[in-house]
Design a protein around this ligand. Sequence first.
Ligand SMILES: Cc1cc2nc3c(=O)[nH]c(=O)nc-3n(C[C@H](O)[C@H](O)[C@H](O)COP(=O)(O)OP(=O)(O)OC[C@H]3O[C@@H](n4cnc5c(N)ncnc54)[C@H](O)[C@@H]3O)c2cc1C
Length: 309
Amino acid sequence: MGLMRSFFLWGSRSCTLREFLPRYGFMRKAVSRFMPGEDIENALNAAETLRDSRISTIVTHLGENLLDKHEAETVAHHYLEVLERIQKRRLDCHISLKLTQLGLDFSRDICVEHLSNIIERANAVGNVVWIDMESSPYVDVTLAVYRQMRSKFENVGVCVQSYLYRTAKDIDGLLPYFPSIRLVKGTYAEPHTVAFDRKRDVDDNFFTLSLKLLDAARNNTMRVGIATHDMPLLKRVFHNASQQGFSRDSFEVQMLYGIKREQQTALAKQGFKVRVLISYGSFWFPWYMRRLAERPANVLFVLKNLFSK
Ligand SMILES: Cc1cc2nc3c(=O)[nH]c(=O)nc-3n(C[C@H](O)[C@H](O)[C@H](O)COP(=O)(O)OP(=O)(O)OC[C@H]3O[C@@H](n4cnc5c(N)ncnc54)[C@H](O)[C@@H]3O)c2cc1C
């Protein structure tokens, strides 16, 4: 793992940095490149703008590893309200959340109860809930909770990560449930014992898994989200998908707000289904450190904002 990447991933877990860095204006300015604002209204306004370019969206309220029962409850209520706001604005905008935001770290039962309520409400208003995948110790429980939810509801998807050796097997275990799956490379610092270290291996696995998912989704209602900004890799996937007879709208290309904006618009124009994940909220520090780890060149934006007035 590169030194810079390790540094930022360490930073994402540092309580001291999390405490004082977000107070600085230059940090807030730098993060605005990836986040339209801290408030849900900022996120939904951005979703409306993207809609004009035929791009659908997902919103996520930043936060993870909550340890307080009341905080988890507040997050759950917040998501219920977000579903109403999306419906009022008639947006094609899903929601995405982390199980540790709903209390998984202190009570699986409480987490499942909140999650069920959110998915049930989303179902009632015709919306979809995506469950993010967190670091490797959470994979088993996340997949178990997903299977539990999928047995009751259709409108729920889960994320899987191509950097983990186990993911092909995990997908096999999910397929009997006709799952909706978002495939990503993975964003956490993982040991060699569980994850590929070399980018090339992560990319090759991503490619293989994306074709596996497309194949499984043939002739059923499974949703497949190919979530990456890696254009050469995406082209490889598109090429093989088209050779195997998949149309451009048989899967979604999912990307993050603010990354590869021009390519997002271009793909939508070419007839691909594009969905952009928009993050908001005040707890953005660990998430932003992970964005810096993905592309240390982003640090230049932080420095630019530090030295500009
Ligand atoms: C919709 C969506 C949902 C996600 N959900 C999860 C999740 O639940 N769990 C999880 O572990 N991970 C999640 N991720 C993050 C993912 O794991 C990767 O860390 C992230 O997408 C970067 O990897 P990449 O596939 O773009 O490939 P990379 O090889 O990292 O990047 C390819 C190219 O994309 C551009 N790029 C990538 N990242 C950035 C950046 N931060 N800033 C500027 N340019 C960049 C660069 O040009 C880079 O060369 C999600 C990503 C997306 C798009």
